[in-house]
Design a protein around this ligand. Structure first.
Ligand code: NDP
Length: 445
């Protein structure tokens, strides 16, 4: 039996070389549940830690397709089916050149605990490819998606594994993937979530991660008798999560002053209002342009190659990608009196940054709690598909809000340290207990 977190991590690192993000995600979870494990030694006796860091299955495959010039291109596809103790594998597909097995294992591992927190019956999984949809024609994106699904279809199914979108996989890609699945399998089932409304999608799914993150942040603010009203908010990213987080902040009376993409950030001290946001949505979702163009249209500043954390704000919602806030960024945020950070993205704050937030006792909501709204509404999409019915917008939004409140309560229950709520610890322990107990109930499988 392992005597220390370091001893356990040595085994994980030796078994999974060169998977830095995976090591980082495991370390964060194990560190924060370690004391709980010592108080509950049956988890150690049943080797739950060794079992939970090993994916049940990893599929890795060739994705050949032809570009518009007729040249053959080859990408690599993956599906990590990490844990099915509490339900079918569930987690997004990421299409981005940085995708590797280590990144998908980090995301799949996080997904286990996140899905557990939602209160819905969903296991953890993640997949994707090193394909970059940026700069590709519609035809190229479709050819790639069809080839990707030609292999993936044999590994997934509505009661086995239900993928969704993530970075680089939005409604367009889900449509092409679903069409190909249906063609090959000759069945119309809820095998993917994030589907179009006309063909089995759920209302509020596109909005869910961003809205959910703001609902969670609002719950955190309430613990200090505060709200979004009049708050200045820094958001990073300008994709799905960032757009709908911005929309909800505006609705709750806050002012969003930044957005970003992988080239740089925009700072608009006047605030991004509903009309400006509509323009950004068109820029990013239809014209597929760069965020820099915002300043040509509306003024403000463009910070080439920089992240938004230098902007003065009360609340930060990192919603782009992993490790986008380092120690220095975290110190700048705290120095500028930012007192609430809710992670729309997965693992956007690195371990040193988290240490700064926790040490300064600011409200810090980790991704697996704060961005769980997306997968929660995916779970609701699965429920609606199974029942062959559709709930209205208000019903789904109310369920999302109630799930985010439940997640907040779970974090509070397990994360209370005197008057401070350590949400990292709370989310990890609450997410872990349900999965670990289910694994024990099901025997050594
Ligand atoms: P999108 O592809 O819609 O948007 C991603 C945004 O992040 C884009 O603005 C993109 O800029 C930017 N970005 C991507 N990679 C980098 C990078 N390396 N450096 C700086 N900026 C980058 O993805 P989503 O909005 O769906 O996802 C954002 C985050 O939220 C991810 O961490 C994802 O895992 C997480 N998440 C998403 C959920 C969902 O439902 N969509 C659910 C839960 C978590 P550019 O256009 O230049 O690439």
């Amino acid at each position: 039996m392992y005597k220390t977190v370091d001893a356990f991590m040595e085994t994980v690192i030796a078994k999974n070389p060169a998977q830095d993000e995976f090591h980082q995600a495991v370390q964060e979870v194990v560190e924060s549940i370690w004391d709980y494990l010592q108080d509950n030694p049956h988890y150690m006796h049943t080797k739950i830690l060794d079992r939970i860091v090993e994916p049940e299955r990893v599929v890795m495959f060739r994705v050949p397709w032809r570009d518009d010039q007729g040249t053959v291109q080859v990408n690599r596809g993956y599906r990590v089916e990490f844990n099915s103790a509490i339900g079918p594998y569930k987690g997004g597909l990421r299409f981005h050149p940085s995708v590797s097995l280590g990144i998908l294992k980090f995301l799949g591992f996080e997904q286990i605990f996140k899905n557990s927190l939602t209160t819905l019956p969903m296991g953890g999984g993640k997949g994707g490819s090193d394909f970059d949809p940026k700069g590709k024609s519609e035809n190229e994106v479709m050819s790639f998606c069809q080839s990707f699904m030609t292999e993936l279809n044999r590994h997934i199914g509505p009661v086995t594994d239900v993928p969704a979108g993530d970075i680089g996989v939005g409604g367009r890609e889900i449509g092409y993937l679903f069409g190909q699945y249906k063609r090959i399998r000759n069945e119309f089932t809820g095998v993917l979530t994030g589907k179009g409304l006309n063909w089995g999608g759920s209302l509020i799914r596109p909005e869910a991660t961003g809205y959910g993150c703001v609902y969670f942040a609002d719950e955190m603010l309430k613990t200090r008798g505060d709200s979004f009203k009049g708050k200045t908010v820094a958001v990073s990213g300008s994709g799905n999560v960032a757009q709908f987080a911005t929309e909800k902040v505006i609705e709750l009376g806050g002012k969003v002053v930044t957005l970003s993409d992988s080239s740089g950030s925009i700072y608009d001290p006047e605030g991004i209002d509903t009309n400006k946001l509509k323009w950004v949505m068109d820029l990013k979702n239809i014209r597929r342009g760069r965020i820099k163009e915002y300043t040509d249209q509306f003024g403000g500043e463009y910070w080439e190659g920089k992240r938004p954390w230098g902007a003065k704000c009360d609340v930060a919602l990192p919603s782009a990608t992993q490790n986008e806030i380092n120690k220095e960024d975290a110190e700048t945020l705290v120095k500028n009196n930012c007192f609430c950070v809710a992670e729309g993205a997965n693992m956007p704050s690195d371990p040193d940054a988290i240490e700064v937030f926790v040490k300064n006792k600011i409200l810090f909501g980790p991704g697996k709690a704060a961005n769980a709204g997306g997968v929660a509404v995916s779970g609701l999409e699965m429920s609606q598909n199974s029942m062959l019915m559709a709930w209205n917008r208000d019903e789904v939004d109310a369920k999302l809000k109630s799930i985010m409140t439940c997640i907040h309560q779970a974090c509070e229950k397990y994360g209370k340290e005197g008057s401070y709520i350590n949400y990292v610890k709370g989310a990890n322990i609450a997410g872990f207990i349900k999965v670990a107990d289910s694994m024990i109930d099901q025997g050594v499988v």
